[in-house]
Write a protein that binds this ligand. Structure first.
Ligand code: C2E
Ligand code: MG
Ligand code: MG
Ligand code: MG
Length: 287
């Protein structure tokens, strides 16, 4: 009986592995069509200056509207796009569309907000990442490279050669763009990255913000990171601010910028625009 059971188990295991592989294959196939069939859209999440509550930047977040499955999370499809190399054409589309949108907002509202775009490990690792193409796209739009921030995650820096990454990041900066280190604090050697790579912003990962309290250890960590960043001439963005308490603790700690549901969710352009038109202070009112 034990033997039969064992066989059954391994049978279930194999089946579910097979199902997973099939689901994955299907998603990869669908991903190939997604660009041509205009299934991607961009959301923009406001990043506010914590001392004024005003929107100074917007992070671009990719959305895939799958014809059958509905909205698929980037956490699910970005890894697939990376493994298969599709991320390169998707990444170019994101960059072009995000910068086009912000150039339009600048014209319409006369505002100087910066747009940040997430860049994948697979995009950076690719030697042919076309800085010249990106630059000429900005020229065509009449958008200064100073308005563009590229966000890279710590994770990606681990498994790639330092030198090549360094060169890629320097190429962005030589072109006049700025670089943000995303999800800071979650990697293996966060501090050594600060020494090795030329960056402009550091984004404190939302896992540190989630557990912030006046007497907890995460406040000490955030305070120390902010102090360190400022000493190195970097600006700090805190991610995932959901409560008034988190906002107040971070502002008191001297954090420069913040983003999170407390201020606004990631928004479709049509929902983002009213915030631009009013020059809104997104901080919560007293009480
Ligand atoms: P990320 O770059 O760290 O983006 C922040 C994530 O936190 C977003 O998830 C955002 O919706 C979410 N978020 C914002 N405020 C809050 C909050 O107050 N509370 C909580 N719990 N979450 C908040 P999203 O949109 O699901 O994106 C997940 C990840 O997918 C991103 O993490 C980024 O690594 C990746 N991603 C998104 N768009 C792109 C893209 O265009 N290209 C690449 N390569 N990666 C992308
Ligand atoms: Mg990001
Ligand atoms: Mg992040
Ligand atoms: Mg993240």
């Amino acid at each position: 009986a034990a033997k039969a059971e064992g066989r059954n188990r391994s049978c279930y295991f194999t089946l579910s592995m097979q199902e997973q592989a099939q689901t994955r294959m299907r998603l990869v196939n669908d991903l190939h069509l997604a660009l041509d069939q205009s299934q991607f859209t961009l959301d923009f999440q406001p990043i506010v200056d914590l001392s004024s509550g005003r929107i100074v930047k917007a992070e671009t977040l990719l959305r895939w509207h799958h014809p059958v499955r509905g909205l698929v999370s980037p956490n699910e499809f970005i890894p697939l796009a990376e493994e298969t190399g599709i991320i390169r054409s998707i990444g170019d589309w994101v960059f072009c569309e995000a910068t086009r949108q912000v150039a339009e907002w600048r014209r319409q509202y006369g505002l100087d907000i910066q747009v940040s775009v997430n860049i994948s490990p697979a995009q950076l690792r690719h030697e042919g990442l076309d800085h010249a193409f990106w630059r000429s796209h900005l020229d065509t739009l009449g958008l200064s490279p100073r308005q563009v921030i590229v966000e890279i995650t710590e994770g990606l820096l681990i498994d790639s050669g330092d030198e090549r990454i360094q060169r890629q990041l320097d190429a962005f900066r030589e072109a006049g763009m700025q670089v943000a280190l995303d999800d800071f604090g979650t990697g293996y050697s966060s501090l050594s990255y600060l020494r090795k790579f030329n960056i402009d912003f550091l984004k404190i990962d939302q896992s540190f913000v989630a557990n912030l309290s006046a007497d907890g250890p995460d406040l000490a960590l955030c305070e120390a990171v902010i102090l360190l960043a400022h000493k190195l001439g970097l600006r700090v963005v805190a991610e995932g601010i959901e409560s008034r308490e988190q906002y107040e603790l971070l502002a008191a700690a001297g954090c420069d910028y913040g983003q999170g549901y407390l201020f606004a969710r990631p928004l479709a352009p049509v929902d983002f625009e009213p915030l631009l038109a009013n020059g809104t202070d997104l901080r919560p009112g007293p009480g």
